[in-house]
Design a protein around this ligand. Sequence first.
Ligand SMILES: C[S@@+](CC[C@H](N)C(=O)[O-])C[C@H]1O[C@@H](n2cnc3c(N)ncnc32)[C@H](O)[C@@H]1O
Length: 238
Amino acid sequence: MSDPADHPDRNRRKLYGRRKGPKLSPRQVSLRGTLLGELAWQVGPAPKGQFPNTVQDVWLEVGFGAGEHLVWQASHHPQVGMIGAEPYEMGVAKLLTKLEETPLNTVRIHEGDGRDIIEALPDSSLGRFFLLFPDPWPKTRHHKRRFLQMEMLDQLARVLRDGAELRFATDDKSYLPYALERLMAHPAFEWLARCPADWKSRPADWPPTRYEAKAIKGPPTFLRFARRRRAEPSLLAL
Ligand SMILES: C[S@@+](CC[C@H](N)C(=O)[O-])C[C@H]1O[C@@H](n2cnc3c(N)ncnc32)[C@H](O)[C@@H]1O
């Protein structure tokens, strides 16, 4: 489902800008034919089965850009299977080049919309979710294209297991309150910040992304939310 036209819901809103950019180098074209085939995520219900059996947890990054954060997380957490979604062809090509230099058999790539993966994942199957500097869609009439919507939070609440972390970063002055308003209103998520330093400074296990290093428009904000514990079924019946 890497092409929006392949999605069963033909009316699904497109959330990202361009897929194609500059021409790929012959090496990048070759890596698409080899490494991307090996590491392609099969959209479907069996996340752990798609990783080596040493993998104990599965994390997802949507919109990985050039993949530097994803590679850092995968290198520092060899027991974690890292899925990355990115529709921009050159972004995927850059990640493939990094993975050729630093082979990581715990990375899987979806060259397409992150929603394809989330919608197909089983309940409580993710240990962490990253959305770092998502496209801000600053015009009010485009806000509905922002990735972080209440319906998306419902989906994330379903696929994240109890205690799992949702990480979000932005430098956009209007996306920040938009995201906070929704995250705070959602009953499944709890903000982990205890003091301003917790959202103003990047945690040690959160490396800067390419966007953050090059294109940032203002001070970034780093949000960490936890998926609250689900209520016990017996308590729900009371
Ligand atoms: C502003 S860039 C930031 C990239 C990277 N996270 C960084 O910080 O360098 C946002 C990225 O999200 C990707 N994107 C937008 N909508 C997406 C979606 N629905 N699923 C996956 N990626 C998406 C875009 O293609 C773009 O590369």
